[in-house]
Write a protein that binds this ligand. Structure first.
Ligand code: UDP
Length: 256
């Protein structure tokens, strides 16, 4: 084989290594992931860093949409525990997700990544209302779509919103960016010898009550056969690594 032929084979192997496994994904980022080292609210530097991860994913040709939680600002359950009516508290939690979505849009746009925020609770002064067909169109045009306000209904979580939107958008995978590099048998920060799983079935997660996403989110992903990929959002380059099949993660799917 000639030197140039060898080179092109090497080059194409390298290209293949960076070829994404998924054409369209939904990334779920919890509100807590946006706090950085702070105890509350939005750390702009951290949001910027996650935005760069998303930019890299777009650059390798993956269509990305996002669901962002609100736990860094307000959770309905904590409001209810302090005596608030649960539904009102949940609406406040949904509003918190809108603030996070706007912060992420801002970070992405500063990187020149075209982004649209679509809210399940219409607030047309600041973002578009959620219309499924419009969201699909934005994605086809290469825009990052951020779904705000969860499902728009109290008594749900943004995990369920993530599984719902991933299904509606026809995503090939639901990526859950967490504080650790996969699913463990126990909290690895509390139990140092906790087992880390490479692969699990949806049934395993529900039966062993592993704290990955809430049960309704797992059930929805299972019913629609959307793999859930759990990885660390804090390791630089981890999103692209996971998308190209190189990253450390746990994949949850139906048994082969
Ligand atoms: N929420 C809701 N319905 C939804 C999504 C979210 O009522 O469809 C409320 C709920 O009160 C929740 C809060 O929004 O506590 C923030 O969302 P979540 O706790 O899922 O955020 P995360 O834990 O991912 O930061």
């Amino acid at each position: 084989m000639s030197a140039s032929a060898t080179k092109s084979a090497t080059e194409s192997a390298a290209e293949g290594a960076d070829k994404p496994r998924y054409a369209r994904v939904l990334l779920k980022v919890s509100g807590e992931a946006l706090m950085g080292d702070t105890q509350y609210g939005i750390d702009v530097g951290t949001v910027d860093r996650i935005a760069r991860e998303i930019q890299q994913a777009c650059e390798i040709g993956v269509e990305v949409c996002l669901v962002i939680g609100g736990g860094n600002i307000f959770r309905g359950l904590s409001g209810a525990a302090k005596g608030m009516e649960r539904a009102s508290a949940d609406y406040m939690g949904m509003l918190a997700t809108v603030m996070n979505a706007l912060a992420m849009q801002n970070s992405l746009e500063r990187l020149d990544v075209p982004t649209r925020v679509l809210s399940a609770i219409p607030m047309t002064t600041i973002c578009e209302p959620y219309i499924r067909r419009r969201a699909v169109r934005h994605m086809e045009k290469g825009r990052v779509v951020i779904f705000a306000a969860g499902t728009g209904n109290p008594f749900f979580t943004t995990d369920t919103a993530a599984a719902l939107r991933a299904t509606e958008m026809g995503c090939d995978a639901l990526l859950k960016g967490t504080q650790v590099d996969g699913v463990y048998s126990d909290d690895p920060k509390q139990v140092p010898d906790a087992e880390r799983y490479e692969r699990l079935t949806y049934f395993d997660v529900i039966a062993r009550d592993l704290k990955v996403m809430d049960t309704s989110a797992i059930a929805l992903a299972r019913e629609n056969d959307i793999p859930i990929i759990v990885f660390s959002i804090h390791d630089s380059g981890s999103l692209v690594d996971v998308l190209t099949g190189k990253g450390r993660c746990t994949i949850i799917e139906n048994a082969a």
